[in-house]
Design a protein around this ligand. Structure first.
Ligand code: NAD
Ligand code: TYD
Length: 361
């Protein structure tokens, strides 16, 4: 039975990936989920897996060398899928150090532990071992708003935010391990994900949460920035396909060919909520375009991201499956059906975060 070590599996994409993998492989695989449970990690995301014999959760920090080495020593790991990271651009602007620590040092620690566990005495690696590093298209910087330029795997790195710079650093470390040691790895660079279990500091769940509560919907700058949205299950499928069918040592960009301006997203979320909420739901009257508030722009705000997923289509056979109109409905349905989850993650520290981020903007 193949054993996976998933880092950051209690976060948004990691938890969706684990669900995807058990739906696909059921009892053919074993997953060990290693997560430090920061503000972004939530075991509620994986509640339905409790009691599964082929699933184990270990609370550990990826920068804790000894803890990570112990996990490799005690388990014969075949696959690493490395999601764990600090992931929010706005937080990185306020507090860059933790991004360097987790994203760069943490990735180095994961690479070292996997290398030590998988390396043969002659410097080659044990058969079939693979490490997949999950990264972002933000490492490529910002595209002009021309609707025709794209990020390719060959696009030079030009990160702007402390978040993307720290992810670029982690990508380069993985590349260095592949170049120097022939360490068996792949890198995926992916566009903005959306779907269930996303923490409501990110645009789409923040809009849903605020609109339901009748709170302002903060739009940075002119609202015309473009992001390329990918449904999280399509991403999970892409990661699995790259790891199983991709060529080792290669980078693959995973994107939805789904560019939207932020203001389009805001309007769509409002329209969809109005359509989905029953007339007798008291929250329906809260949901209105009057909530839209243009606020001070994010510092260094990248204008446009757009991935050309040509390589992954040609070499791996992956294509996005979920149409945006369907994905956004599924996402909003999930948040409406999981109000307790939303309440739990937005209680306590979330309010402090929100006030410090949006006050006076
Ligand atoms: P997230 O913030 O929702 O989850 C991150 C997870 O990592 C959390 O469970 C957190 O507890 C855990 N974590 C953080 N620091 C840790 C540490 N030091 N040790 C162990 N665990 C730690 O992030 P996400 O949106 O699920 O993103 C997952 C990965 O995908 C990240 O590497 C991110 O850079 C990348 N990515 C995200 C997007 C997106 O749109 N969300 C797009 C492209 C790439
Ligand atoms: P976000 O979800 O933070 O993802 P990223 O910065 O990694 O792309 O933001 C998506 C876009 O939405 C980005 O252009 C910033 C913008 N945005 C707002 O306009 N208002 C908000 O409150 C947030 C969180 C983001």
């Amino acid at each position: 039975m193949r054993t996976y070590l998933v880092t950051g599996g209690a976060g948004f994409i990691g938890s969706n990936y684990i669900h995807y993998m058990f739906r696909k492989y059921d009892n053919e695989i074993r997953i060990i989920n290693v997560d430090a449970l920061t503000y972004a990690g939530n075991l509620e995301n994986l509640k339905d897996l409790e009691g599964r014999e082929n699933y184990t959760f270990i609370k550990a920090d990826i920068t804790d060398k000894e803890a990570i080495e112990k996990i490799f020593a005690e388990n014969d790991i075949d696959r690493v899928v490395h999601f764990a990271a600090e992931s929010h651009v706005d937080r990185s602007i306020k507090n860059p150090e933790v991004f360097v620590h987790t994203n760069v040092i943490g990735t180095a620690c994961m690479l070292n532990a996997a290398k030590a566990a998988w390396e043969n005495p002659d410097g080659s690696f044990k058969e079939g071992k693979k490490f997949l590093h999950v990264s972002t298209d933000e490492v490529y910087g910002s595209l002009p708003d021309d609707g025709k330029s794209y990020f390719y795997e060959t696009t030079p790195y030009q990160p702007h935010s402390p978040y993307s710079a720290s992810k670029a650093g982690s990508d380069l470390l993985v590349k260095a391990y592949m170049d120097t040691y022939k360490f068996p790895a792949n890198i995926t660079n992916t566009s903005n994900n959306y779907g269930p279990y996303q923490f409501p500091e990110k645009l789409i769940p923040l809009l849903i949460n605020n609109a339901l509560a009748g709170k302002e919907l903060p739009v940075y700058g002119d609202g015309m920035n473009i992001r390329d949205w990918l449904y999280v299950d399509d991403h999970a499928k892409g990661i699995d396909m790259v790891q199983e069918q991709g060529k080792l040592f290669e980078t693959y960009n995973i994107g939805g060919h789904n560019e939207k301006r932020n203001i389009e997203i805001v309007n769509l979320v409002i329209d969809t909520l109005q359509e989905m909420l029953p007339d007798d739901d008291p929250r329906k009257k809260n949901v209105s375009k009057d909530l839209i508030k243009y606020v001070t722009d994010r510092k260094g705000h990248d204008r446009r991201y757009a991935i050309a997923p040509d390589k992954i289509k040609a070499e791996v056979g992956w294509e996005p499956e979920t149409k945006f109109a369907d994905g956004i409905k599924k996402t909003i349905r999930w948040y409406l059906d999981n109000q307790d989850w939303l309440k739990n993650v937005t209680s306590g520290d979330y309010q402090k975060y929100y006030d410090s981020m949006y006050e006076g903007r």
